[in-house]
Design a protein around this ligand. Sequence first.
Ligand code: MG
Ligand code: FE
Length: 172
Amino acid sequence: MATTNEVIRPLFIVGLRDVHAVEHQALALIDRQLDRLKNYPEVEARLRSHRTETEQQISRVEQILADLGESHSSIKDLGLTISGNLAALSHTIAGDEIIKNSFANFAFENFEIASYTGLITLAQDGGFGNVTSLLEQSLAEEQAMADFVIGGIPKIMRTFVDLKVAGEDGSR
Ligand code: MG
Ligand code: FE
């Protein structure tokens, strides 16, 4: 028999390493979209600000791992299947990359929301309550980004259609 804390601590540390890898995937996902969005300036601006947030989220995870005595050099970004799959999606030749990228972005943000929700639960139940506020900050940023992405779908669809009707390329 193990104590609850003996079970939670390694689960928490693995979860932190996983989310660290997910955030690096997030940077890659964002970077593939920046500078390819001339018809969608609000999306581009929001992706840029979320990129800055993502860098801060990475710093928070590293700070938490350091506080737990896990050295930064031991962080290995294994990559998760879902993020790898999302990263492998290529929307650039489909002629509607803004649309497919928006769907992928929504999926990705929700994966992050689920990850931070799980970590917050472990932090609360495992006696790491002092780091909860850092994780909650990141969770709030992911929720705001998910709301932006889903809220923007109708306008993206209509802009895409309008440009096509006008004989222009609205794919990006
Ligand atoms: Mg993130
Ligand atoms: Fe995010």
